[in-house]
Design a protein around this ligand. Structure first.
Ligand code: SAM
Length: 240
């Protein structure tokens, strides 16, 4: 599967591409990621790609010519031309069923916005698939692009060591969450691993997991009062 990421900040992907599953998937030739700097398609000698909005208002808007021409040039680089994904908070919300649809595509072009977003004519001309990673605002489309790559590559055959992990994950069916997991030590600060998991009785373990998954899904997804309940904030992992 091939991803082409169109961005003003290709450097943001440097570390991401060199770690963990994605690095392995690229090394095995299962996944390709190509980075393109939209600024290279600027018509301006100072490589400007944004301008003030017509009608006034705050911030800057990404201009249509560099974005449209970058997409067209990247599509022409290889076959198939690929589906154009515009990352935008106004797009279709990313869910696991949508991730499965994306994983069927051989090639995705992920267009990352910045500033106040895209000149509307980018949509009119490219007719992209607009996707949002959730109802909140990121500073740019780069993190949303990484989220999409991260979710989709898990479904590319051969990327995960054990394909069974996909079969049992949360959200495979909307609203259904995975059961609780435990590993060593058996007791930590007085908290014990549920004895059934140490019993060696596979039928009992499967039944316990099914029951726990149903309970967790009920509590966290089907009862909005609990989802919205205030949580105690844990201390920071590290401070900068
Ligand atoms: N003014 C825009 C609006 O209200 O919809 C938000 C612009 S945002 C600061 C800049 C860029 O970040 C967007 O063009 C988009 O590419 C990306 N972005 C921000 N939040 C996103 C989200 N939830 N999903 C996908 N992309 C997002």
């Amino acid at each position: 599967m091939r991803f082409d990421v169109l961005t003003l900040f290709p450097g943001l992907f440097d570390s991401y591409l060199r770690h963990s599953l994605l690095e392995d998937a690229i090394a095995k030739g299962l996944v390709q990621v190509h980075l393109w700097n939209i600024r290279d398609w600027s018509h301006d000698k100072h490589h400007k790609v944004d301008d003030r909005p017509f009608g006034g208002g705050p911030g800057m808007v990404l201009m249509a010519p560099p974005v449209v021409e970058c997409v067209e040039a990247v599509q022409a680089q290889a076959q198939p031309p690929g589906r154009v994904i515009l990352l935008t908070p106004a797009g279709e919300r990313l869910t696991q069923p949508l991730v499965r649809r994306l994983a069927q595509e051989p090639r995705l072009l992920l267009v990352c916005g910045r500033y106040e977003g895209f000149d509307e004519r980018i949509r009119d001309i490219l007719h992209p698939w607009e996707i949002s990673i959730g109802d909140y605002i990121c500073n740019g489309g780069e993190v949303p692009a990484m989220v999409i790559i991260d979710c989709v590559i898990r479904l590319v055959p051969g990327v995960l060591g054990d394909e069974q992990s996909i079969a049992e994950e949360s959200h495979n069916t909307p609203g259904e969450l995975e059961y609780p997991q435990y590993t060593r030590p058996r007791v930590y600060r007085g908290h014990e691993v549920p004895p059934v998991l140490l019993s060696g009785n596979h039928a009992a373990i499967a039944a316990w997991r099914q029951e726990q998954a149903a309970l967790r899904s009920q509590q966290r997804r089907l009862r909005p009062s609990l989802v919205d309940a205030p949580h105690e904030t844990p201390p920071p992992h590290s401070s900068w």
